[in-house]
Design a protein around this ligand. Structure first.
Ligand SMILES: O=C(O)CCC(=O)C(=O)O
Length: 278
């Protein structure tokens, strides 16, 4: 990774690395997103098979949409290969080392006109049970590959620069981050967060954003005529996490294989599905 991006990440809690994936590779990713969306829409309802989870939602503006998919890498070869791409390793290794597990593998999709918002939050809130996710500040990096242009109009992610240095904020744990308006500042003001400081992560297809586990981030509605798709993969120093799938062992990519590992779905062994979940 360019050293200026490392410095930017350390200083501001995020960075954008331009042009990591070529146009032809992005087209393959877009085709993979399309395949999975078609499968999700054909089922029509949220659906789980072990860690693979299709989250349908009734969007306030758009009606029923595929909001996100967890662990699509298990069911799509293109997405599986990209999650362990050496270019991702080159970005991650200077920050969190050479032995890396993966704890997030997610497609996020805001179709044209959808609200599909994420209120400002820190990813640390989702790293539970906490005893399984150690040394949060030094061990976790989230990455997002832009499939489409990410602009102000189509709901690019926004971050509050430097917020990672505040550590974990005492958020109201009952406040969800999904479907909370990005500009809902009520709770944040009491935490001393000035939402006017937020900056958008403007990206071209093939760019990668990285952000810290304590960086405040969210995203607004898609007011444009194009999709806003983001392929999110989150990694952790293996020694500091009991959960997750191996992604790189001493830098060597590890394909997903065998039985899925326990990550965030606590009922993996007792209620694996396949099943509709709403
Ligand atoms: O897709 C987005 O805009 C938001 C993603 C996000 O907030 C997250 O994955 O934690």
């Amino acid at each position: 990774m360019p050293t200026d991006a490392i410095a930017h990440y350390r200083e501001h809690g995020y960075a954008v690395i331009p042009g990591v994936f070529a146009a032809a590779e992005v087209a393959e990713l877009a085709a993979a997103f399309d395949r999975i969306q078609a499968e999700a829409l054909s089922r029509g309802r949220s659906w789980r098979d072990r860690n693979v989870f299709f989250r349908m939602a009734d969007d306030a503006a758009k009606g029923r949409i595929l909001r996100y998919v967890q662990w699509p890498g298990w069911i799509d070869a293109t997405l599986e290969k990209v999650r362990r791409d050496p270019r991702l390793f080159a970005i991650l290794a200077p920050l969190i080392g050479r032995d890396l597990k993966q704890i997030i593998n997610q497609m996020h999709w805001k179709p044209p006109g959808a609200k599909a918002e994420f209120g400002l939050h820190q990813d640390s809130r989702s790293r539970r049970p906490r005893e399984a996710f150690r040394e949060l500040a030094a061990s976790y990096v989230q990455t997002g590959i832009a499939i489409d242009p990410h602009t102000l109009e189509n709901g690019a992610m926004v971050v509050i620069p430097g917020s990672h240095r505040r550590g974990e904020l005492p958020f109201d744990s009952s406040r969800p981050s999904m479907n909370v308006a990005l500009d809902d500042a009520r709770h944040l003001a009491s935490l001393g967060v000035d939402v006017s400081q937020a900056v958008p992560l403007l990206m071209n297809p093939g760019d990668i954003a990285i952000w810290h586990v304590h960086t405040l981030h969210g995203s607004g509605p898609n007011r444009s005529a194009i999709d806003r798709r983001l392929y999110i993969n989150g990694y952790v120093t293996a020694a500091n996490c009991d959960r997750g799938e191996w992604a790189f062992r001493d830098g060597v990519p590890c394909p997903l294989a065998g039985e899925p590992a326990l990550v965030h779905y606590e009922d993996l062994y007792t209620n694996p599905g396949p099943m509709f979940v709403d």
